[in-house]
Structure formats: structure tokens, C-alpha cells
Design a protein around this ligand. Structure first.
Ligand code: IMP
Length: 208
């Protein structure tokens, strides 16, 4: 039997890419990473596209749901990120539920509460290891898609430090540094973080 042929990834050739996120922190990071690499970088909200329910149980599934919903609604290629923080001592939680841990009915997202939950559940466990994951999916209106995944490894610290960044940044210290992501400038965080790693992989795969 012939070995399965490796498919060549499809390249992005258009002049407009829609970023399928409603998270302002992620949109800002992606805009900074893209710079002037695409002629026009729009947001799903520019088209009035609502965020679909993230019903997947993996980062890839959720990113695919978001990218395909926006590509279908706008008729343009769409890029979605699904990301989260996985804590070893919590068997990978909060993982795909990272945003949910900051939610309470009728209230705005509260990451102070979510970080406290991480700390409380770790209950003094000496294993502080954690990593961020970013899965990027580029989807075309005809249903074709390409995926990549990036990781940032580090450890959990308590109490939270720094007021930059977003989400769990103030309790995450990336390997090789002593500061939390919350204490870094966006340039410093963007140099090595999970989205930057995934972004570089996506650039090489579909934008080169
Ligand atoms: P989603 O990908 O929109 O489902 O949200 C993922 C959640 O993971 C975000 O709301 C943040 O809480 C968290 N998260 C993802 N990336 C980062 C990061 O770079 N720093 C801090 N928190 C993050």
C-alpha cells in the first residue's frame, strides 16, 4: 500500500483577514503580531458577527467552531485562536474552561476570582508547573482550514503580580524569567508567548 501523501498547506492569498475573536486582549496581541503582513485585518465585531457558543472539548475544536462561523458569515478567510492555561497540579484545568472560570451569571468576567480559584484548588501543592496553549485555526469560506498549536511553559505564583496583560497573566511566570506576564510589556510577552509561537508556525504554514 502507498504511504498517505502529506498535503501541502493552503496559503492565504487574499487582501483581508477577519480575526474571529471578541477578546480585546487577544485581538490587540494579534494585531501587533501581524503588523502590516496583511493588507486589512478586520475583527468579527466589525461585521457584527456574534461569538458562537464554544461547545468543543479541545482547543482545536473550539478554534475551528469560531473560525468557521466567521468565515461563513463574512465570506472571508477567518483566523481564530482558542487558548487557555493548563495547570499540572489540577490535571490540566482550567484548560478549555479558562474563560469560564472567570464567569458568574449576570456579572462581567472576573479574573481575580478565577486566579484565586486556581490558587485555592492547588492547595499548597509544590508542583507549580503550568502552560498556556494557543491553537490557531485559519478557515476559508469553502470549508478548508489549517491549524497550528503553540505552547508557553512556566509556573504559577501567588499572590498575583503586575497590572499589564489580561486573564491569568499576573499569576504566570514563564520559564527563564522571574516576572509574571502581568509585569512584562506587551513586546516582551509577545516575543515568546503561546500565541506568538502559534503565530510563527501559522506564518510559516500559510503566509510564507
Ligand atoms: P478563549 O480562547 O476565548 O476561550 O479564552 C481563553 C481564556 O484563557 C482567556 O479568556 C484567558 O482567561 C485565558 N488566556 C488565554 N491566553 C492568555 C494569556 O496570554 N494570558 C492570560 N490569560 C490567557
Amino acid at each position: 500500500m502507498e504511504p498517505a501523501k502529506k498535503q501541502t498547506p493552503r496559503k492565504f492569498t487574499g487582501d483581508e483577514l477577519v480575526v474571529a475573536t471578541h477578546n480585546k486582549g487577544k485581538l490587540k496581541e494579534l494585531r501587533e503580531l501581524f503588523g502590516d503582513r496583511v493588507q486589512k485585518l478586520s475583527a468579527a465585531s466589525d461585521y457584527g458577527v456574534e461569538a458562537p457558543p464554544e461547545t468543543g472539548t479541545t482547543f482545536i475544536e473550539n478554534a475551528l467552531i469560531k473560525a468557521q462561523a466567521v468565515a461563513k458569515a463574512t465570506g472571508k478567510p477567518a483566523l481564530a485562536d482558542d487558548s487557555g492555561m493548563c495547570v499540572d497540579a489540577l490535571d490540566g484545568a482550567p484548560g478549555v474552561y479558562s474563560a469560564d472560570w472567570a464567569e458568574e451569571p449576570g456579572k462581567p468576567r472576573d479574573f481575580g476570582m478565577a486566579m484565586k480559584k486556581v490558587h485555592t484548588l492547588m492547595a499548597g501543592n509544590p508542583d507549580k508547573k503550568a502552560h498556556f496553549v494557543s491553537c490557531l485555526v485559519l478557515a476559508w469560506p469553502d470549508g478548508h482550514y489549517e491549524t497550528v498549536e503553540g505552547y508557553a511553559h512556566g509556573s504559577i505564583t501567588w499572590p498575583p503580580r503586575g497590572d499589564k496583560g489580561f486573564g491569568y497573566d499576573p499569576i504566570f511566570v514563564p520559564d527563564g524569567d522571574t516576572r509574571t506576564y502581568g509585569e512584562m510589556t506587551s513586546d516582551e510577552k509577545n516575543a515568546t508567548n503561546h500565541r506568538a509561537v502559534a503565530f510563527k508556525l501559522m506564518m510559516a504554514k500559510c503566509f510564507s
